[in-house]
Design a protein around this ligand. Structure first.
Ligand code: PMP
Length: 417
C-alpha cells in the first residue's frame, strides 16, 4: 500500500464486525462508533434490512452494467430525483464521491464551455486529478497541476480568517463582495461554484445560513452554475434539513447536487443529480462500469427506506441537538477547546494551544487516542492542521449512546487537558 494511505492511531485498529452503533476489533474490544467509517455507516452497522438486500440481490445477479435495464437503479434514481428538489432532474450513479464531483465538473465545464471554477477555501471534493484542483484544503491537494482554473472564495469558515469578527449579516455581505471582486478578475464565462454546505474534511465548518442564497443571486446574474457537494451533508445528517443546501433555502435548489457515502451504508454508491438540460449536455458516450450496480442499488433502496420510515433525520435533529448541547457544556470546561460547532449529527470540536488561537494537532491526536482507550472512535479534520475532532455517528444513535459517547469524550479531553 502507498505511504500516503494514513491509518488512525499509534496502534492501528483492525475491525472485525459491528452492530448498530458499535464495532469490535480483532482483539475483542468494543467501541462506540462516532465516525461511521467517515460518515458512511448512515443507518447502522449490520442493519438486517440492508444485509438482506445484499444477500437477496447477490443471489439474483451481482452485475449487469448499464447496457441492460436495471430495475433497482432506475427505481433509486427516480426516488433521488424527487428527493433532490431539482426540477426535471436526471441522476447518474458513480462509485464514489470523487467520481460524482468529477462528473459534476465535466457537466458544468461542458455546459458553460469554460474551465473556470469557483471553489471555497478550506474545501475538500475528492482525490482525483480534477477534484484535487478544486480542493482548497492544502493537506488534501497534492498537486497544483490542474485541468481547471480555480478561484477560491471566502465563506466556508465562519470563525477564522479576515471576516471572522463580523456579524453574520456583515460576514455574508463581505463574502458576497469578495465573490463579485473575484469575478471581476476573470475573463467572464465562469462555469460553476462548487461548495460543501458544511465543510467535512475541513473540520465541520460552515458559513452563516443564507450565504449561498446571497451567492446565488450573483451567480444567476452571470449564468454560473451552483454545485452543492452533499457527500457529507446529505440524507438528513444535519437534522434540520434533508440536504445541506436547504439551510440557504431562499436560494432554491442547486443546479447540480452530488452525493455518496451514507446512501450505500458502505456499499460504493456515488452520484450526481442535475437538471435535464445540464445532465444531457455531454455529446459523447459515457459510462461507469460499476456505477449503479444492482447490489449497491438494492442496498441504497433498503437503506433509504429505513432512513425515511424511521425518521432518522428527526433523530439526528433531536439526539444530535442533545449531543451538541452536552459537547458545548464540556467544551466550556476545557481550556484547549476553541469552539464546538455543528448541526444534527455532525459535531466538531476545535482544539488549540491553551491561551492562543493556534491549532494543536498533537493534542487532537492525543484526545483521539484517549477516546479510543475509553471505547469511542471519532474522526479528525480541519484546515492546515488536523486539530478538529469530528463526531458523526450513524443517524440511528440513541440518547443513551450519545450520553455514553459524550462521557468518554469528556474524560478524554480532561485527561489530555
Ligand atoms: N466530497 C466530500 C465533501 C467528501 O467529504 C468526500 C470524502 N471525504 C468526497 C467528496 C470524496 O468522496 P470519496 O472518498 O467517496 O471519493
Amino acid at each position: 500500500m502507498p505511504d500516503w494511505l494514513a491509518l488512525y492511531y499509534r496502534h492501528p485498529i483492525e475491525l472485525s464486525h459491528g452492530e448498530g452503533r458499535h464495532v469490535w476489533d480483532t482483539e475483542g474490544n468494543r467501541y462506540l462508533d462516532f465516525f461511521g467509517g467517515i460518515l458512511t455507516t448512515m443507518t447502522a452497522h449490520a442493519l438486517p434490512e440492508v444485509t438482506k438486500a445484499v444477500a437477496e440481490q447477490a443471489g439474483r445477479i451481482i452485475h449487469s452494467s448499464t447496457l441492460y435495464l436495471n430495475r433497482p437503479m432506475v427505481e433509486l434514481a427516480e426516488r433521488i430525483a424527487t428527493l433532490s428538489g431539482i426540477p426535471e432532474a436526471r441522476v447518474f450513479f458513480t462509485t464514489s464521491g470523487t467520481e460524482a464531483n468529477d462528473t459534476a465538473l465535466l457537466l458544468a465545464t461542458t455546459y458553460r464551455r469554460s474551465n473556470q471554477i469557483l471553489a471555497m477555501r478550506n474545501s475538500y471534493h475528492g482525490r482525483s486529478f480534477s477534484t484535487v484542483s478544486v480542493t482548497g484544503n492544502r493537506t488534501w491537494s497534492p498537486t497544483s497541476l490542474s485541468p481547471l482554473q480555480t478561484l477560491y472564495v471566502h465563506g466556508g469558515v465562519r470563525s477564522r480568517g479576515p471576516f471572522a469578527s463580523m456579524s453574520d449579516e456583515r460576514f455574508i455581505e463581505a463574502c458576497t463582495a469578495d465573490l463579485e471582486d473575484v469575478l471581476g478578475q476573470t475573463r467572464g464565462g465562469v462555469a460553476a461554484l462548487i461548495a460543501e454546505p458544511i465543510q467535512g474534511v475541513g473540520g465541520f465548518t460552515s458559513p452563516p445560513d443564507g450565504l449561498y442564497a446571497s451567492f446565488r443571486k450573483v451567480l444567476d446574474r452571470h449564468d454560473i452554475l451552483w454545485i452543492s457537494d452533499e457527500v457529507q451533508t446529505g440524507w438528513g445528517r444535519t437534522g434540520e434539513h434533508f440536504w445541506g443546501w436547504q439551510a440557504h433555502g431562499q436560494s432554491g435548489p442547486p443546479d447540480i447536487l452530488t452525493f455518496a457515502k451514507g446512501i450505500g451504508n458502505g456499499m460504493s454508491i456515488g452520484g450526481v443529480v442535475a437538471r435535464a438540460e445540464v445532465m444531457n449536455c455531454i455529446d459523447g458516450n459515457s459510462i461507469s462500469t460499476f456505477g449503479g450496480s444492482p447490489v449497491t442499488m438494492a442496498v441504497g433502496q433498503a437503506n433509504l427506506n429505513y432512513l425515511l420510515e424511521h425518521d432518522l433525520q428527526g433523530n439526528a435533529r433531536r439526539v444530535g441537538g442533545l449531543l451538541l448541547e452536552r459537547l458545548r457544556a464540556i467544551g466550556a470546561t476545557v481550556d484547549s477547546v476553541r469552539e464546538v460547532r455543528g448541526r444534527g449529527l455532525m459535531a466538531g470540536i476545535e482544539l488549540v494551544k491553551p491561551g492562543t488561537d493556534r491549532a494543536d494537532p498533537d493534542r487532537a491526536a492525543a484526545v483521539s487516542e484517549a477516546a479510543r482507550e475509553g471505547g469511542l472512535l471519532i474522526g479528525k479534520g480541519g484546515g492546515h492542521n488536523t486539530s478538529v475532532l469530528r463526531i458523526a455517528p450513524p443517524l440511528s444513535l440513541t440518547v443513551s449512546e450519545a450520553e455514553d459517547g459524550a462521557h468518554i469524550l469528556e474524560e478524554a479531553l480532561h485527561s489530555v487537558g
